[in-house]
Design a protein around this ligand. Structure first.
Ligand code: ADP
Length: 210
């Protein structure tokens, strides 16, 4: 894998005693990784990823925020996604795509992360949620995708483990997609500051190692 490169500290001049709200790293094949603190519902990108649940009919946390911002057409589009089992439109670790409706984002990629149990059981499911989300983005020729911290809210994933799994999964998926892959910018838009800091620290460790 080729997660690498210089970690450019973009936004905040050094005289301002603030935590930088956005950091930029390099990924494989010229793609950019942006880690920022903020609200994913205002992202102007080809797709935002929703940390949904298997029913895909909305919920709390980021799911609720995305549905409120997208308007009622989103829940109707979700309801039209076929069930693969009773009450299950998107099994844990898989992903489904809908339009973004009233969002600035053109699409919503709905994925379902695991409820955290332990690293051995949960990490492959969380990695699969990231991988399958990026797979859909690549299949639809999307260039920019914003992720929340999947499973880091009510699903209870420890922040450091979640960051490690997320960054590894993104790195591998873009590496596998190769030069011709459409996705050129992956953004993590993290609502809370401790999670933002954990993602930045994890990315810094990885880029030093390469
Ligand atoms: P999960 O069930 O996958 O844990 P949650 O929605 O409870 O999903 O939390 C996932 C993450 O989304 C948490 O880190 C939470 O702080 C974050 N979050 C909540 N609202 C927003 C938002 N508007 N933008 C970005 N992240 C958000």
């Amino acid at each position: 894998a080729c997660f690498a490169g210089s970690a450019a500290n973009k936004s905040i001049p050094p005289d301002k005693k603030m935590v930088p709200s956005e950091r930029v790293f390099s990924l494989c094949h010229g793609a950019r990784l942006v880690i920022k603190q903020g609200d994913i519902t205002t992202e102007d990108v080809d797709a935002i990823v929703n940390a949904a649940n298997e029913r895909m009919l909305g919920g709390g946390g980021v799911d609720g925020a995305i549905h409120r911002a997208a308007g009622g057409e989103l829940v109707r589009a979700c309801a039209a996604v076929p069930e693969v089992a009773s009450g299950v439109r998107c099994p844990t670790g898989e992903a489904r795509i809908t339009p973004g409706f009233k969002l600035k984002a053109r699409h919503v990629i709905h994925t379902v992360g695991p409820i955290y149990e332990n690293p051995k059981y949960s990490a492959p499911l969380l990695a699969s949620a990231y991988r399958n989300s990026l797979k859909l983005a690549l299949e639809h020729g999307l260039k920019s995708v914003s992720f929340p911290g999947i499973s880091t809210g009510v699903f209870g994933y420890p922040f450091d483990e979640a960051a490690e799994v997320a960054l590894t999964a993104v790195d591998k998926a873009l590496d596998a997609a190769g030069e011709g892959g459409s996705v050129k910018e992956v953004r993590f838009v993290l609502f809370n500051e401790p999670l933002y800091k954990t993602f930045v620290e994890t990315a810094e460790e990885r880029s030093v190692e390469t």
